[in-house]
Design a protein around this ligand. Structure first.
Ligand SMILES: O=C(O)CNC(=O)[C@H](CS)NC(=O)CCC(=O)C(=O)O
Length: 276
């Protein structure tokens, strides 16, 4: 089976209506490129100016203008969309950082909540405390069947924890996706290496849609959305320009998945170390 997929890259701000309009442009570009699924970044609905604003803007999915608009696009175009959004948390002080799989009927078929939160204090670099405004999820969601293969979801900072990818592969993933909003310094140092490592060690396609450019006075993202094949080759990559939303596409080839896994079987020594 061969199927073309697209990663979309944009600069979300606190203006949800504008972010939705940008995502509609990405849907159009993905369709023009012949894509059968579109992957959008973490926090596509908005990137706010503060933790308080992040919490204030969150809406349940059925009330969210952003999610409703994307569901409408997915249904009208018969295009599945994987997208990162915010949802209200269990307490009123924090939100959930989630991704949704909106299927080709426009239904929210799967949902994953980010489990690792980005709390960093890097000298001369980013200082971010995601856990102040976000509630961590507490489960890995088993990969789900889609028209382009079995998809496993993780989000952004989760990329640094190989356990998630390994667990998703063990549970049957063909493609693992990491919608992101990486910072510029950590992106320069680690982004491509981490994505390619996750693809090589899991022998899965890795699909990483990323936020790019300036969101606010305080926040800038690295961009460089990427699609990596199960041998670790970068099939498609966007840059760091943010003047207009862009897509990159690549073919998912199930024969290549089978070939890589057959030629180099990775038998785990779970008698020596624990299985994840
Ligand atoms: O704030 C929002 O609304 C959306 N969430 C994010 O942008 C998150 C938390 S601040 N960003 C990351 O996890 C970047 C990770 C990263 O850059 C790294 O691991 O190096």
């Amino acid at each position: 089976m061969m199927a073309r997929i697209a990663v979309g890259q944009l600069t979300s701000t606190a203006n949800i209506t504008h972010n939705l309009a940008q995502c509609r442009v990405l849907v159009k570009k993905a369709l023009q490129a012949g894509a059968k699924a579109l992957f959008l970044p973490e926090a596509s609905d908005y990137i706010a100016n503060s933790g308080e604003e992040t919490v204030r803007l969150a809406r349940p999915v059925h009330e969210s203008e952003f999610v409703r608009g994307l569901r409408e696009e997915a249904r009208r175009e018969r295009l599945p969309i994987h997208v990162g959004v915010h949802e209200p948390g269990l307490d009123t002080q924090r939100v959930k950082n989630t991704v949704l799989w909106i299927d080709e009927r426009g239904e929210i078929a799967h949902r994953y909540q980010k489990i690792h939160l980005f709390d960093v204090e890097i000298k001369d670099g980013p200082v971010l405390r995601e856990s102040k405004s976000v509630e961590p999820g507490s489960e890995i969601v088993p990969p789900f069947e889609t028209p382009i293969g079995r998809v496993g979801s993780a989000i952004c900072f989760d990329l640094r924890f190989p356990e998630i990818g390994l667990a998703l592969r063990r549970q049957g993933a063909d493609l693992i996706t990491f919608p992101s909003a990486f910072t510029v310094p950590t992106g320069k140092a680690h982004w491509e290496t981490l994505l390619r490592a996750r693809a090589i060690e899991t022998q899965c396609y890795v699909v990483a849609a990323a936020q790019v450019g300036r969101h606010s006075e305080k926040r800038v993202s690295y961009g460089h959305s990427m699609i990596v094949d199960p041998w670790g080759a970068v099939l498609a990559e966007l840059g760091d320009k943010s003047d207009e939303p862009e897509v990159a596409t690549a073919e998912i080839d199930t024969d290549l998945l089978r070939k890589v896994r057959r030629e180099m079987p990775l038998h785990r020594r779970t008698d020596v170390y624990p299985e994840v």
